[in-house]
Design a protein around this ligand. Structure first.
Ligand code: SF4
Length: 343
């Protein structure tokens, strides 16, 4: 994996105006940093409404950001139309949640893939195009290609449709895939196959993949690094194994407790938080998680926590990890602090 990020977001912010509410805005994404390197999968995990899909659209430049920057290969991306924008779209492709909605039902697979090749690769001979169509289907394990080329979307299973959507993205010869909940609408039995395909493509073509999901368990399985998002902000990040096995932030602990692993139930029971995600029009002051957090302290209500570095590259935006909060930390977690196993 390269040291330099291929795609990065710095202080990325998106506020949506609220219709008829004067200057009030929805704080969908507030000052987040992300780095995607070639040859790695990064999971962006959070509940629905946390802002994670907005992040994907901002990175794809499908909407303007309110503040902050998107950088590709170290350069700010500013184009939103024209030749430069098309060049960016070719390098950064999105895969959407619903493969049925993303494929036009009146077009055969051949048309869908030919269009992607024509838009992104330009003119080619008939022989070249036929060869590339077959190659694209083989890359997503739809073989033999002849069996799929003339099919309409409704003649394919959900998993096959998502594979066609992935092949369409690969038609652009991208360097980054932004996969927004790519398996959440598929049967459980075929999710692993599609995730394995994405991981295999990442390895073979050295792609950077952003995997957006509400399922933190799949992040452990699939992603090298995991970022946890709550109410428009990143609250925890680090290697997936560390974040999912030794969650430090109370919100990450809540996510994991909601997708329980039998071995960890007892340990996580006491950290169970309650309540709903907050309004993003008037987000809570201080730590945005404080109205739901069982460990909230006085300063959590007034001061936003910075990222505190733990072991093994893990960072958590939580006051419990401040140097002067040892007593509160012990009261919250007892002698066995989260992350202690890595120390
Ligand atoms: Fe809970 Fe405070 Fe940590 Fe926020 S900063 S997660 S309210 S303990």
């Amino acid at each position: 994996m390269s040291d330099e990020p291929l795609l990065a977001a710095r202080d990325l912010t998106k506020h949506f105006p609220v219709k008829g509410a004067g200057r009030r805005v929805v704080h969908a994404v507030d000052g987040i940093d992300i780095e995607l390197h070639a040859g790695e999968v990064v999971a962006l995990v959070g509940e629905s409404g946390s802002g994670k899909s907005t992040v994907a659209r901002l990175l794809a430049k499908l909407m303007p950001n309110t503040a902050g920057d998107v950088l590709f290969d170290g350069r700010r991306v500013t184009a939103r139309f024209g030749r430069k924008f098309r060049a960016y779209c070719r390098r950064v492709q999105m895969i959407l949640q619903d493969p049925f909605a993303s494929l036009n039902p009146i077009h055969r697979v051949r048309y869908v893939l030919t269009r992607s090749l024509t838009i992104h690769r330009g003119r080619m001979t008939t022989d070249e195009r036929e060869r590339m169509l077959r190659e694209l289907l083989e890359r997503v394990d739809l073989t033999p290609p002849e069996r799929y080329l003339e099919k309409f979307p409704h003649e394919l299973s959900g998993g096959q449709r998502q594979r066609v959507a992935i092949a369409r993205a690969l038609g652009a010869d991208p360097e980054v895939l932004l996969a927004d909940e790519p398996v959440s609408m598929l049967d459980v039995s075929i999710r692993i196959g599609v995730l394995n395909l994405l991981r295999d493509l990442k390895d073979r073509f050295h792609l950077a993949v952003l995997y957006i999901t509400h399922d933190i368990a799949s992040a452990r399985y699939f992603a090298d690094r995991t970022l946890v998002m709550y109410a428009g902000q990143i609250v925890e990040r680090g290697p997936s194994e560390a974040v999912t096995q030794h969650p430090r932030h109370p919100y990450t602990q809540l996510l994991i407790a909601s997708a329980p692993d039998a071995d960890r139930l007892e340990e996580l029971e006491k950290t169970e938080a309650t309540g709903e995600p907050p309004s993003l029009i008037s987000p809570p002051t201080g730590c945005r998680f404080h109205p739901r957090c069982p460990f909230a302290m006085e300063r959590c209500r007034t001061e936003a926590p910075p990222m505190f570095a733990g072991d093994d590259g893990q960072e958590s935006a939580c006051w419990l990890y401040a140097d002067d909060a040892a007593a509160e930390r012990e009261a919250a977690f007892g002698a066995k602090e989260p992350g202690a196993a890595q120390a």
